[in-house]
Design a protein around this ligand. Structure first.
Ligand code: UN1
Length: 499
């Protein structure tokens, strides 16, 4: 895209009106071309956040009483608008966040798919009926919205993750105040515009853009009834603690240190392709990205040869260009952190097995970091204390170890406090069953990459990767609604036609 593309104008969405922010400047720039401003405006002021929460609270009762099919119809219309604009929004996403054009477009369509799933929620079961131990009675469990939900979203899926939080929040009858990551405000605005155009009543969705302290102010607001967050473990734990202190439920989806395990007898070409996608798509900036590679010793050399051969054709560059498989990190600062992580891993005894090339003209001050594979020391203590094994770099870095057996590989895959996802490559059904039983993760892929999530099934981690109920599918109900148990009797029992 030419660097002359004019910058879009950023605005806040409060009580059904688009307005200029009242805070300091807010600028989103293209990480591949830092001189290019993608969007510009002002941050929301504290007063605007206040009005946003009040608007959501004012709209809550009326929205909760709109039939679910009508609420869903708004989501379905918004899905159609995103689908129609997928090319241009995909390009804006690539320019603002740095993922490739194909991934950007795919993410916009994924957001639409999620809106469609929850748009059809009215056609699914809305509660449960239990039998009663007493004659003439039934026990119903009905679902009700929580009220005002704060939504705090990360930079790495600027439209899909917001959709997978906002769509169920709205479908189940909640109202929303949304604070997106300040690096990707334009795509947030685009989703809010689609929902506005689709006919969402005023105050049902409010968008406030700005730094992390807006998220803190949100969770501390007395009118807030719940907060859903995806992002770093540090921020997630702070928001969770702040919510708990006020009795506000928090759903937090945080870190991952996800392993791909390649066993002897696996389809090695398939495994090499899937590990490549899992580790390096979106420049490794997915909480589900593959950041550990564990290969059974007997096939390690063969597998690495296939993986590095594939990586030889994997070009890092401007994500809007053709023949580019990987864009920059979201910012130069994020790239600096990843480079520092690689240096720390090398100082800890790791060996650089592979590193891709930088795009022409890009230096170490840029947002680009080419794919890297680091082999960890054979000594278990040295390997298991290496930062490439323990820390989520959130970049295109794969920490590699050779395991002597499948059992050792599975044990290593489960090390650390995270348990988001894992991928196992094998053609042996017994090993598959061992993995299902033995690797404690929220998402397990067998012969496919560790990333990826369908909208109709639960998403989230085991152990310290997540807090609160899982996301997506029918699991979303667990967070975005509470239940009322209704003991339902008519008049005098035993007088009906069947008695
Ligand atoms: C995916 O694997 O496609 O922040 C989605 C993240 C996750 C979403 C992953 N919550 O990366």
């Amino acid at each position: 895209m030419a660097s002359t593309t004019p910058a879009a104008e950023l605005r806040q969405f409060i009580a059904g009106k688009w307005e200029d922010g009242g805070g300091p400047d807010l600028v989103s720039s293209n990480p591949a071309r830092p001189a290019e401003t993608v969007a510009v405006g002002k941050q929301a002021s504290p007063e605007q956040l206040e009005r946003a929460v009040e608007a959501a609270a004012d709209a809550a009762r009326a929205w909760a009483s709109v039939p679910m099919h009508e609420r869903g119809a708004v989501l379905l219309r918004a899905a159609g608008l995103l689908e129609a604009a997928a090319d241009e929004l995909g390009l804006e996403l690539a320019r603002e966040e740095g993922k490739t054009l194909a991934e950007g477009r795919g993410e916009v369509l994924r957001a639409a798919q999620i809106l469609r799933y929850y748009g059809n929620e009215g056609d699914r079961a809305a509660g449960e009926v239990f039998s009663s131990p007493r004659r003439g009675e039934q026990i119903l469990v009905v679902r009700k919205p929580l009220g005002v939900i704060g939504v705090v979203t990360p930079f790495n899926f600027p439209i899909a993750i917001p959709a997978w939080k906002i769509a169920p929040a709205l479908a189940y009858g909640n109202t929303v105040v949304w604070k997106p990551a300040s690096t990707v405000p334009l795509l947030a605005q685009r989703l809010a515009e689609a929902l506005d155009e689709a006919g969402l009543p005023k105050g049902v969705l409010n968008l406030v853009m700005g730094p992390g302290k807006l998220g803190t102010a949100l969770v501390e607001h007395p009118l807030l009834d719940g907060l859903t967050f995806t992002g770093s473990t540090g921020v997630g734990r702070c928001l969770t603690a702040a919510g708990a202190a006020r009795g506000v439920p928090v759903q937090a989806e945080m870190g991952g240190k996800n392993a791909a395990v390649v066993l002897a007898g696996a389809d090695l070409d398939l495994a090499a392709e899937q590990v490549l996608f899992g580790a390096f798509r979106s420049t490794g900036q997915k909480c589900t990205a593959t950041s550990r590679l564990i290969v059974e010793e007997s096939v390690a050399g063969d597998f690495l040869a296939r993986l590095t051969a594939r990586l030889g054709d994997w070009n890092t560059g401007d994500p809007t260009g053709t023949s580019v498989q990987m864009g920059p990190l979201v910012s130069a600062a994020a790239a600096q952190d990843v480079r520092a992580g690689i240096d720390a891993a090398l100082s800890g005894g790791a060996r650089l097995l592979f590193q891709g090339s930088m795009p022409d003209g890009a230096g170490t001050e840029s947002a680009f970091v080419p794919p890297a594979i680091l082999e960890l020391p054979a000594d278990a203590d040295a390997a298991e204390s290496n930062p490439a094994w323990t820390e989520e770099f959130f970049g295109p870095v794969l920490a590699f170890r050779r395991a002597s057996s499948a059992a050792q590989a599975f044990e290593w895959a489960g090390q650390g406090e995270y348990g988001l996802s894992a991928a196992v490559f094998t053609q042996d059904v017994t090993r598959v069953l061992d993995a299902v039983e033995g690797i404690d993760v929220g998402i397990l892929h067998v012969n496919s990459e560790s990333a990826g999530a369908d909208p109709h099934v639960p998403f989230g981690g085991a152990r310290k990767s997540g807090y609160g109920p899982k996301e997506q599918g029918q699991s979303a109900k667990e967070f975005f609604t509470h239940t009322t148990t209704v003991y339902l009797r008519g008049g005098t029992p035993g007088q009906g036609p069947l008695s």
